[in-house]
Design a binder for this molecule. Structure first.
Ligand code: IVH
Length: 671
């Protein structure tokens, strides 16, 4: 390899790491965000072209910024739900009253656990041996991080079976975290070696778990507490408290503070106790989780789409900080809504640097009387999104300026509108470049077409150069057109065209999500896919058909029906399909005609395939409704054996499981 290129890559890596440090550690940026992004793009481009030059400490490997997906994905057999939040004692008493009403039980027992702030993980044990570790991901599909998790000392590689029979299958769920001391040591080391520090223990845990090199994960002080389970065979327990006892016996770390089988009043006492001891705990917690103890009652209560009815998180009050609003900017969103955003003097809130806060709309600004140059109390809502709590009016100097919503769109300069009775001001020019960019970004986003390499900057260029006027144009883009763009080299143009090509096969729910219909988010679009076999069926549905779907709101149903009856939208969909997009529907319930040989089947991929990467094969299989797991068991339907397949192939033969060679696999896949 050219030594000059190597030197250039090393220099860029160092430069970007330095600027990270100035920005995140010293709070003293030396270059503009745009310049930083330009350098980063250059490095990503070089590292993609010369992967041998990637080092584990390259700024491109950083959490959030990692451009190269490296982990295989696996679907959770049972979705990993999240929890509803409570913020007051009253919320907890309401929760208790709801449970009493829904179960008809007056006396109820709960288990209460500290809520750790780390990374949720599922560990799969087959016949007592750890075979797979998957992050929560979006709750349905996570990243396979088995090798990294094996380096965590408190994770049992095998179950202890001195007091319990070994369960055939056990999926254990818990939280991977870094202690405060571990976090401090890690950051001290990073600081002295010139690496940027992590903002908080949660980021450090997430970043450490997502290392491509397990040796790096091994050097990080990761730890684990378990609190739940996924699929289980061969282990019986009647309650959350019994489950925790069983997990303790089997060798898992269960948080010793957990209170088992207590009354609702005792959970509230425990909450007060946790607030007391919180500052002295060796790890960070952000609240308490209360779970209905008996499994029979959990089952009777059931789940909502995102969270169980039998558990709730009682969060601690958020940290608040004081800072100044230096300016108020206006952003134009996908649907044309103008959103005012406060630019803040950067401030640390709960371990994260905050420099922007959305102000939502004019009503919010007027209600809180927010002015430019005001001093404000800031918090991170739900510990994530920065928000202005209130203005400290006593701090006013007279220099403050009242903010007015612009009368024209700051991007396309057309007149904006405020609809009767609505808080939002909108740019109603459908051709507004800002809207077009946001719509295309949404279309290509992870939950939509998932087109790698089509980030904000790229979309902006494509729209500005008028290469993209509608979604459909994406699928006719050619390498030769892309090369003409700024900073676009042969290789990256080729990569983008390839990733667009890969995205042509898409499940129905993601296709509909990508269209960006008002109110049709991830859950509504999954509901649709479960209720209609094909896109044509869905497009033929009436408003009433849609409203009749259990769980579908009327506003959403109206928006969807409205979208599909609009001739321009039907035309657009036809054009997308004419440009080679193929829509499948793995979520359709019992669909024997349309289903594929692999639908509902469990496959294990092993060895190297010559016609596609393993992760692409996996994506294709998931889209067909198949499950891909990491190890061969009696539950496996097929083992796909590429070149140099090893022990998994042997095990498949031992268990008499059908083995497909690459040819046979490709034939079936394409059938
Ligand atoms: S139970 C169905 N228990 O909180 C129950 N979650 O907002 C779902 N978490 O993703 C989770 N400590 O990462 C549960 N003792 C605990 C927990 C806990 C932390 C996290 C977990 C989950 C998130 C839910």
């Amino acid at each position: 390899m050219d030594a000059r290129i190597k030197a250039q890559v090393r220099q860029l890596q160092k430069l970007l790491n330095d600027h990270n440090y100035y920005y995140h550690v010293l709070d003293d940026p030396k270059i503009s965000d745009a310049e930083y992004d330009r350098l980063m793009q250059e490095l990503i481009h070089l590292e993609t072209t010369y992967p041998d030059l990637v080092t584990p400490d390259s700024p491109t490997r950083r959490i959030g910024g990692a451009p190269l997906p490296a982990f295989e994905h696996a679907e959770h057999t049972i979705p990993m739900l999240s929890l509803d939040n409570a913020f007051s004692h009253q919320d907890i008493l309401d929760f208790h009253a709801r449970i009493q009403k829904n179960t008809g039980q007056k006396e109820l027992w709960y288990t209460a656990e500290p809520k750790l702030d780390g990374v949720a993980i599922e560990l799969r044990y087959e016949n007592g041996v750890l075979v797979q570790a998957v992050t929560r991901g979006d709750g349905f599909v996570g990243e396979v991080v088995t090798d990294n998790v094996r380096t965590i000392r408190s994770v049992p590689l095998g179950l202890r079976t001195d007091t319990r029979a070994c369960p055939r299958l056990l999926e254990v769920r818990g939280e991977v975290f870094i202690s405060r001391a571990g976090f401090d040591t890690l950051n001290r080391k990073r600081k002295s070696s010139g690496d940027p520090v992590f903002a908080n223990p949660r980021n450090a845990a997430a970043g450490s778990l997502r290392q491509l090199d397990s040796a790096i994960t091994a050097s990080r002080p990761l730890d684990l507490f378990v609190y739940g389970r996924g699929q289980v065979e061969g282990l019986s327990f009647d309650s959350q408290s019994e489950l925790l006892d069983a997990l303790t016996d089997l060798g898992f770390p269960v948080n010793p503070l957990v209170k088992k089988k207590i009354s609702i009043e005792q959970t509230l006492e425990f909450y007060r106790e946790l607030i007391e001891i919180r500052p002295d705990l060796p790890y960070e917690i952000d609240g308490m989780v209360i779970k209905v103890d008996p499994v029979t009652l959990q089952q009777a209560l059931g789940e909502k789409i995102k969270s169980p009815r039998w558990a709730i998180a009682y969060k601690f009050a958020a940290v608040e900080k004081i800072t100044r609003i230096t300016d108020i900017l206006v952003q134009v969103g996908r649907t044309g809504t103008l959103t005012p955003v406060a630019v803040l003097e950067p401030v640390q809130v709960g371990g994260v640097t905050v420099s922007r806060a959305t102000l939502h709309n004019m009503d919010e600004i007027e209600k809180k009387d927010i002015r430019i140059k005001d001093t404000a109390l800031i918090t991170r809502a739900g510990d994530v999104i920065p928000k202005v709590v209130k203005i400290l009016t006593a701090e006013r100097t007279g220099e403050e300026q009242i903010f007015h919503m612009p009368s024209h769109c700051p991007v396309c300069h057309s007149l904006v509108q405020r609809l009767e009775g609505e808080a939002a001001v909108k740019c109603i020019n459908a051709a507004c470049p800002a809207q077009r960019k946001e719509r295309i970004r949404h279309f290509a986003s992870k939950k939509g077409f998932d087109i790698e390499g089509l980030g904000k900057k790229m979309v902006a260029q494509l729209v500005d150069e008028e290469l993209l006027t509608s979604f459909a144009d994406l699928f006719t883009l050619e390498k030769e057109q892309l090369i003409l763009l700024d900073r676009m080299a042969e290789k990256s143009a080729h990569n983008l065209v390839t990733s667009i090509d890969k995205a042509r096969q898409i499940p129905l729910h993601r296709f509909v999500f990508a269209l960006g219909i008002d109110h049709a988010g991830e859950h509504a679009t999954r509901l649709l896919a479960r209720n209609f076999l094909t896109l044509d069926d869905l497009m033929a549905a009436s408003r009433e058909d849609l409203e009749a779907i259990h769980g579908m709101g009327t506003i959403t149903a109206d928006a969807i029906a409205g979208f599909f009856t609009t001739p321009e939208n039907r035309e657009l969909i036809k054009k997308i399909q004419d440009n080679g997009v193929i829509i499948s529907n793995p979520l359709a319930e019992s669909n024997p005609e349309k289903s594929h040989a692999f639908t509902g089947k469990t496959l294990v991929l092993t060895g190297t395939l010559s016609s596609m990467t393993r992760s692409d094969a996996q994506k294709r299989l998931l889209a067909l409704g198949a499950k891909v797991t990491g190890s061969v068991s009696s539950k496996t339907d097929y083992v796909v054996a590429g070149k140099d397949a090893g022990s998994k192939l042997t095990r498949a033969k031992d268990l008499n499981i059908p083995v497909l060679d690459e040819n046979r696999f490709m034939n079936l896949l394409e059938s």
